[in-house]
Design a protein around this ligand. Sequence first.
Ligand code: DQA
Length: 145
Amino acid sequence: LPIFILNGPNLNLLGLRQPEIYGSETLADVEARCAALAAELGHAISFRQSNHEGTLVEMIHEARNAASAIIINPAAYTHTSVAILDALNAYDGPVIEVHISNVHKRESFRHHSYVSLRAEGVIAGCGTEGYLLALRRVASLLGAK
Ligand code: DQA
């Protein structure tokens, strides 16, 4: 089964939006780097983005039967969405949470994450490289099974 890599609101604007915080790489660039590393690690990925909370919830439901693990950058929904937390709680495989920026260095409303109540691991402040670190972690969690 593929590893789902899910991205929340405004990440479609990666590279254009606040590059001083999020860098100049686009989400398509991140997807290409993830696909290359996943292939090296012997995994497939399904890389997606939505600006809609309910769509993200439905992607997580789909993962129940279709994903070996979930890597998720819930973006602003990290800090607000009990619905995304509940959906992840209905998923059995490993979950890794990624934030491009160091949310702990930013406004206090970014310091709390609902998703962290479910995630096995959290990577923040490593830029887009965080997605690659998450893939390596997922590969070792799946390999260790
Ligand atoms: C983010 C951090 C969130 O606080 C913010 O709302 C985002 C992106 C990150 O990747 O650093 O949209 O998840």
